[in-house]
Design a protein around this ligand. Structure first.
Ligand SMILES: *[C@@H]1O[C@H](CO)[C@@H](O)[C@H](O)[C@H]1NC(C)=O
Ligand SMILES: *[C@@H]1O[C@H](CO)[C@@H](O)[C@H](O)[C@H]1NC(C)=O
Ligand SMILES: *[C@@H]1O[C@H](CO)[C@@H](O)[C@H](O)[C@H]1NC(C)=O
Ligand SMILES: *[C@@H]1O[C@H](CO)[C@@H](O)[C@H](O)[C@H]1NC(C)=O
Ligand SMILES: *[C@@H]1O[C@H](CO)[C@@H](O)[C@H](O)[C@H]1NC(C)=O
Length: 361
């Protein structure tokens, strides 16, 4: 009798604890739903030896909705030979081992998928894991046209927020040519987490030529789209500081080696430095939360020669910009107050730097 119960238990218990590779059924993929791997587990699950399963988790886009998925992966691997390979929704692969982080959070970008392969070797090391997936409906924002007439095109990222009762997750900007995007951020109160969970689509949700994390464009060359439209998206729900995405028609950006941006904020001095080689460089300074920019200091690295161009001009830097201040003759004028929300600084033939700040308003 005991033997039979034992045998029954052996069959039954092992079938209960045996993990399988069951994937999320389509009927469970809808906003507000949560799903656990292994199916219906609410606690960590022990992984048997010789386990090898790949969970593919999708966030589909349909004609009626754009879905986002948030994945919480608990890694309690114990065996030195056990591992998980995560391919995130932008295609980046990470291998997790017993010494990796235990709690990991991934976005599933709408229209994409992530995969998590869980592998254990023949020795049972009592490794455990749990995957939790939560689906939300993305609030797709409106499409706006690039402004003309000397206005700087920018998106204050405070207007985008993850799953907020009021704010949208995204905004689409439509131009007449491809778009160059540079980030204007604070250097010290830097919103790392926000920019990690924020993205730019070359195109829009329904036609994604490519998708990139905004954090990849901090302190780097601007992003240049192939389409005449880009979409800025965030899934981050936490607070962050003065940050904007500045958008220029690519023909405007192409006049420069780099056309970058810098936020001017309250409570810190941000330094912008130019070292132009053959082509001019330019930086768009934007007071994201203010209407005033104070240029606090100005420093030329060498004697100013007649070939040096160092100018503060209105708007984005192009042929309709007007000269506000010639920096080659302005060293005695610092600090200098501009009652403007933004301006551009153009540098050619000389290296120099300046600092900016903006009082709160
Ligand atoms: C998961 O739990 C739900 C509710 O208890 C049940 O209806 C469903 O059949 C379970 N799924 C599996 C695969 O066990
Ligand atoms: C796991 O399974 C996949 C797909 O069946 C296979 O390609 C891969 O080689 C396996 N890996 C291990 C370590 O067994
Ligand atoms: C300068 O930029 C503004 C704003 O983007 C635009 O309206 C204007 O046409 C540009 N001028 C030239 C000459 O490119
Ligand atoms: C998607 O964008 C590409 C590139 O701009 C375009 O050729 C294609 O027609 C678009 N597809 C749809 C369905 O809008
Ligand atoms: C101004 O226009 C000229 C001729 O159209 C062009 O060569 C030059 O690059 C433009 N400069 C800027 C800053 O837009």
């Amino acid at each position: 009798m005991h033997r039979i119960i034992f045998l029954l238990c052996f069959i039954f218990c092992s079938s209960v604890s045996a993990l399988d590779c069951q994937q999320i059924p389509d009927s469970d993929i809808f906003p507000g739903d949560q799903f656990w791997y292994p199916v219906n587990s609410s606690d960590y699950v022990r992984i048997p030896p010789n386990f090898n399963c790949t969970y593919v988790i999708k966030a589909p886009i349909t004609s009626s909705q754009v879905l986002y998925g948030s994945v919480l992966l608990t890694n309690l691997l114990k065996g030195v030979n056990d591992y998980m390979i995560v391919t995130d929704s932008l295609g980046a692969k990470t291998t997790l081992k017993y010494r990796s982080d235990s709690f990991l959070n991934y976005d599933i970008f709408p229209g994409k998928q992530i995969s998590i392969q869980v592998v254990t070797k023949s020795v049972d090391m009592y490794s455990q894991f749990l995957i939790q997936v939560s689906y939300s409906k993305v609030k797709v924002g409106s499409t706006v046209q690039m402004k003309t007439g000397g206005a700087l095109n920018y998106v204050n990222l405070a207007t985008l927020k993850g799953f907020d009762p009021v704010l949208q997750n995204s905004i689409t900007v439509q131009g007449n040519e491809p778009i160059s995007m540079s980030l204007a951020t604070s250097r010290y109160m830097y919103p790392t987490l926000y920019l990690y969970h924020s993205y730019i689509i070359d195109g829009d949700f329904y036609n994604q030529t490519s998708v990139h994390r905004l954090i990849d464009f901090e302190q780097s060359a601007p992003f240049v789209s192939l389409n005449n439209r880009v979409t800025l998206v965030t899934f981050q729900t936490d607070a962050y500081y003065a940050t904007a995405a500045v958008l220029n028609p690519v023909s405007e950006a192409n006049n420069f080696e780099y056309l970058t941006s810098q936020a001017s904020v309250d409570g810190e001095l941000d330094k912008v430095a130019f070292n132009p080689y053959l082509k001019p460089e330019a930086c768009q300074v934007l007071a994201v939360d203010s209407k005033q920019i104070i240029m606090n200091s100005l420093n030329f690295d060498e004697e100013i020669t007649s070939s040096c161009v160092a100018q503060v001009v209105t708007g984005p830097p192009n042929n309709s910009s007007q000269l506000l201040l010639d920096l080659t003759t302005a060293r005695g004028l610092m600090p200098y107050t501009f009652n403007l929300k933004y301006f551009s600084v153009i540098a050619k033939g000389c290296s120099f730097s300046f600092t900016v700040k903006s009082p709160e308003q």
